[in-house]
Design a protein around this ligand. Structure first.
Ligand SMILES: [Zn+2]
Length: 266
């Protein structure tokens, strides 16, 4: 074998291992047999004192309603897992993740997602990547009137989410909706809203068997919004008003618990 061939062989082995690990990781996190391991890394997103204060007072229990949401929805699909998620709040990080490309070209996006994974690996300070642990970087920003937050995102490959949240305790429950949404993206869930943020019918609606023009009180988590009785598109107040719809449930393998339960019965 020539040196060149050896080099190609090594590259192929590394590539194969990466593909294999990604597959293994997705199988692990989507099995719903053990609590999903999640790590939250808070970051001051705008250097504001509000964000510093929000991060200083954060505690693990601030994210409890995400677990309650997962447990409740998992149970609705026939699986019992308590807790459904084990969340660890890591110390705040003094660095910002690489920003996604503005124009969204495919090649740039692929390159950026690799950059983000590499960045996450280096920040972890660990030798080996932590398999099967979802890492959510939550960037806190002081709320400003009329200024929307940057788009949050969750990557299935590498189990990484970058969440933009408000540095305001009154927003904590809605922040958790965004965190849960991105968390489910890392497990393979797709968005269920269309232009203008309107939920797509039927998969983006709670109670999809009802016609779309009827007002809803709950939102499908991957649509993130509902049309209320006043006909307005609004974000629900908390995860208590969010559900995992059938399509999302299938994407994140929630219905596996249901299948298992009835396959093992006689
Ligand atoms: Zn989304």
């Amino acid at each position: 074998m020539t040196f060149r061939q050896i080099r190609i062989l090594i590259l192929l082995v590394v590539l194969g291992a990466a593909v294999g690990l990604t597959w293994l990781e997705q199988t692990l996190v989507r099995a719903w047999r053990a609590p999903l391991e999640v790590e939250v890394v808070p970051i001051n997103g705008d250097g504001s004192p509000e964000a510093t204060e929000m991060i200083r007072t954060l505690k693990t229990s601030d994210f409890d309603d995400i677990n309650a949401f997962l447990e409740r929805e998992l149970a609705r699909y026939g699986a019992r897992l308590s807790p459904a998620m084990q969340l660890a709040l890591l110390p705040a990080l003094d660095a910002l993740p690489p920003a996604p490309p503005r124009d969204g070209s495919v090649l740039k996006t692929v390159f950026w997602s690799l950059q983000l994974r590499w960045w996450g690996y280096r920040q972890s300070g660990e030798w080996l990547p932590q398999l099967g642990t979802v890492k959510l970087y939550v960037l806190y920003h002081a709320p400003q009137d009329g200024v929307a937050l940057e788009h949050s995102l969750g990557l299935q490959k590498g189990l990484i989410g970058v969440v933009h949240a408000f540095a305001d305790v009154r927003q904590a429950r809605q922040n958790n909706i965004v965190i849960a949404h991105e968390l489910l993206h890392t497990l393979g869930a797709t968005d269920k809203y269309g232009p203008g943020g309107r939920p797509v019918y039927p998969q983006g609606y709670a109670d999809p068997e009802l016609p779309p023009h009827l007002p809803r009180r709950e939102a499908e988590i991957m649509a993130g919004r509902l049309v209320n009785a006043a006909g307005r598109l609004v974000m629900p107040a908390s995860l208590e008003q969010c559900v995992v719809g059938a399509m999302t449930a299938h994407e994140i393998n929630f219905d596996e618990g249901f299948r298992r339960r009835f396959a093992s019965g006689h």
